[in-house]
Ligand binder design. Structure first.
Ligand code: IPE
Ligand code: IPE
Ligand code: MG
Ligand code: MG
Ligand code: MG
Length: 322
């Protein structure tokens, strides 16, 4: 499986990254979060994007890591914004250090992401940089909507889907597209890669929202119920508000009005979700988005065995537990 080769290469390339060391409190959190692991999904997608078109995927490693470093920067800031205690089974940066450190270490990681992108062939840099910048700004836009929606009573399915497209999906799309760009995909193929990755990303965030409620604490690595505590307008909550009547609706309204509640709030709202069968509804939608992404990938004129390897990897992603 080429994916195993990708993972091993990503791991050793990360170990060889020469990030600065001084001041320690600025750069230690960067090493900390990068060494906590994670699925490395985005750089794997970049390498796949390249591999679909070209054998020399190793040339794409540094730019692929640029996407991973950018992702890890967003996680540090996201955890601060979400008041999250746990990331990949360990303390979040703002908890382990402090909030100012989380802001500034995150900022410098964004700069490091740009440094890594600079390793791309000079003739590809303008295009890659423009696409990187558009994606990065969209992630910020999505994160802002996520924050706004937490304090907004009515959020529609469409609002939610646009928010997750921005905060999560476009980065997966870009990861795949960047690989294609480096591997020699033409402009139309790059667009297909981006759109396919975006569909996969929508399914991926729906899954993240399901796992936030129903994940196994032993493997998920994040606080279960974090979204419920923060009144995040996930599609699980939006659907529950749509379907709930009587006592169930009262329960949701009661806990949504209550700030600073945790365990009991998580338990009660999860019970309403379960009574209403919300998980199955969202699972079905998640699968539909994954399938749209796969259907688009299937239109690409690339070696079938390579495409199959990418699809096999995507199927493992669908049934993830972390
Ligand atoms: C977490 O991303 C943030 C989301 C967009 C859901 P991942 O689930 O890819 O996190 P890691 O990198 O594997 O830890
Ligand atoms: C975050 O979404 C997406 C980012 C841009 C980081 P979440 O807030 O759901 O991500 P997790 O669950 O904390 O990883
Ligand atoms: Mg979060
Ligand atoms: Mg968040
Ligand atoms: Mg989440």
């Amino acid at each position: 499986m080429i994916e195993k080769e990708f993972s091993a290469a990503i791991k050793s390339e990360i170990a060889n990254l020469n990030f600065p060391t001084n001041p320690a409190d600025l750069y230690d959190p960067l090493r900390y979060i990068m060494n906590l692991g994670g699925k490395r999904l985005r750089p794997i997608l970049t390498l796949f994007g390249h591999y679909l078109y070209n054998d020399s995927w190793k040339k794409a490693l540094r730019p692929a890591l640029s996407v991973e470093v950018f992702h890890n920067f967003t996680l540090i800031h996201d955890d601060l914004m979400d008041a999250a205690p746990l990331r990949r089974g360990q303390a979040t940066v703002h908890q382990k250090w402090n909030e100012s450190t989380a802001v500034l270490s995150g900022d410098v990681m964004l700069i490091e992401a740009y440094n890594l992108l600079l390793s791309i062939d000079a003739n590809m840099l303008p295009a890659a940089l423009a696409r990187f910048n558009k994606t990065a700004a969209e992630v910020c836009e999505g994160q802002q909507l996520d924050m706004v929606f937490a304090n907004q009573a009515i959020v529609t399915d469409q609002d939610y889907l646009e928010m997750i497209r921005l905060k999560t999906a476009v980065l997966l799309g870009f990861a795949l597209e960047l690989g294609g760009l480096m591997g020699g995909a033409d402009a139309q193929e790059q667009k297909v890669l981006f759109e396919a990755g975006t569909y996969i990303g929508l399914g991926f965030q729906l899954d993240d929202d399901i796992l936030d409620v129903y994940g196994d604490p032993a493997t998920f690595g994040k606080q279960i119920g974090g979204d419920i505590i923060e009144n995040k307008k996930t599609l699980l909550l939006i659907k529950a508000l749509e379907l709930a009547e009587g006592e169930n609706l009262n329960t949701l309204a009661y806990w949504l009005a209550k700030k600073d509640a945790d365990e009991e709030k998580v338990k009660e709202i999860t019970a309403v979700f379960s009574t209403l069968g919300i998980k199955n509804t969202i699972e079905a939608l998640k699968m539909a988005y994954f399938q749209k992404g796969v259907a688009l990938l299937n239109t690409l004129n690339v070696p079938q065995n390579r495409k199959d390897e990418l699809l096999a990897f995507l199927w493992t992603l669908i049934s993830r537990n972390s």
